[in-house]
Design a protein around this ligand. Structure first.
Ligand code: AMP
Length: 379
């Protein structure tokens, strides 16, 4: 089923093709028409299923169709458990929104100064927030959720795991009764059911199963290194393994720019590609990379799916992906069409547990090399 038949506007259809989203993932196919139809949704889907676009696309469309007010009243609230997810959801929004529609979106989270967030809040229509910071902002009268139209709770299970239950309950008491609700969670538990019972009205329940992929032709390798050694290791590998075409995955757009800048400074032709770059810059970077004019392309997951390059010999996970499914997708960029490829992951001490889970899901233990055994890093 094409995106067009889900009821999305021409603006969004254009943006989808610019972002190389060729056809909807199951969660998008199943959720988008109901969301556009004002139904409540409960999506049981993991990161990697395409759940962010499943709610962001109809949310943008609904905002485009609303009379937007310039005030401190938020129209749409997306609650997320972590700063990383807040930034990532904002990146997805930026990738699909057209600046001409005047929707103002902001991502707010703790751990950074609250003042710029308070100042920037006026006129915000779509707010992506972690629960604690949202409450602080409300208590400072920076915004109001009393006339909210749409609520999205993303990664509800993680939210509970991190102990946000009290904050969430408090936020619920501030919301108007009539609104549209969407709740996404990777798992279903009694506690999630409790939230479901409080906020959702006869929701449409969508459950997405994971799929797996053959990884036979891909040689996988993991380097266990500290964060400070990742940069030197990257340059060392590109040089000593004569990598002429390597796709490097990192966690954020900011890091993309930073790493590509540092590689270039060390004489390795590199370019960054992420959601904040203009379409023209992204296309040019991708073309140059495909044609072999640049050696390294540094990317976030946001654009990784669209990158279709035959015979890509090397990919490097400078930062691990958030889900095993993303890992499989990332390393699936190499070793295509029966060609062998090499996928290297950098595993920092705090990522070791996460990498264990990834390996379990990917079905194969990955050989490892430890920092202390890499002579060049210990000079
Ligand atoms: P999510 O589960 O929302 O974190 O999305 C996982 C990844 O899938 C992200 O890298 C998205 O950019 C990508 N993605 C989501 N939907 C599509 C689609 N229909 N076509 C291609 N890539 C997609």
């Amino acid at each position: 089923m094409p995106f067009k038949s889900l009821g999305l506007s021409d603006n969004l259809i254009n943006k989808l093709s610019q972002n190389n989203y060729k056809k909807p993932y199951p969660i998008q196919e199943q959720a988008i028409p109901h969301i556009l139809n004002n139904k409540d949704i409960m999506g049981i889907a993991k990161t990697g299923s395409g759940k962010t676009a499943a709610y962001i696309l109809p949310v943008i469309q609904k905002l485009e169709d609303s009379e937007l007010e310039k005030s401190r009243n938020i129209n749409t609230l997306i609650l997320v458990p972590t700063r990383e997810l807040a930034m990532q959801v904002k990146e997805v929004f930026d990738a699909f929104n057209t600046s001409s529609n005047n929707i103002k979106a902001m991502a707010v989270y703790g751990g950074v100064s609250i003042n710029p967030q308070m100042k920037g809040m006026y006129g915000t229509n779509l707010l992506i927030a972690t629960p604690g910071r949202l409450i602080e902002l409300i208590e400072n009268n920076a915004l109001s959720v009393s006339s909210l139209k749409t609520l999205v709770i993303d990664e509800a299970d993680k939210m509970l795991e991190l102990g946000f239950k009290e904050e969430i309950d408090k936020i619920f008491t501030l919301l108007p009764k009539k609104r549209q609700n969407m709740l996404f969670s990777a798992t279903l538990s009694d506690k999630i059911e409790d939230i479901n019972n409080i906020i959702l009205n006869y929701p449409i329940v969508i459950k997405i199963e994971e799929d797996s992929q053959e990884l036979e032709h891909i040689e996988q390798l993991a380097y266990y290194v500290t964060d400070e050694k990742k940069g030197p290791l990257l340059r060392h590998l590109i040089k000593t393994e004569n990598m002429t075409q390597v796709l490097i995955f990192v966690a954020s757009g900011y890091k993309c720019d930073n790493i590509s800048f540092k590689l270039s400074k060390h004489g390795i032709e590199a370019r960054a590609i992420h959601g904040k770059k203009s379409q023209g810059a992204r296309n040019a970077a991708l073309e140059d990379f495909k044609a072999g004019r640049i050696q390294a392309l540094v990317s976030t997951d946001l654009l990784a799916r669209g990158i279709d390059i035959e015979l890509l010999p090397h990919i490097i996970n400078f930062d691990l992906p958030r889900s095993p499914k993303d890992y499989i997708h990332r390393i699936g960029r190499t070793g295509r069409a029966n060609n062998t490829g090499k996928a290297i992951s950098f595993v920092s001490p705090e990522d070791e547990h996460h990498f264990k889970i990834i390996q379990k899901k990917a079905g194969k233990p990955v050989p490892r090399i430890y920092e202390e055994n890499i002579k060049e890093l210990n000079k």
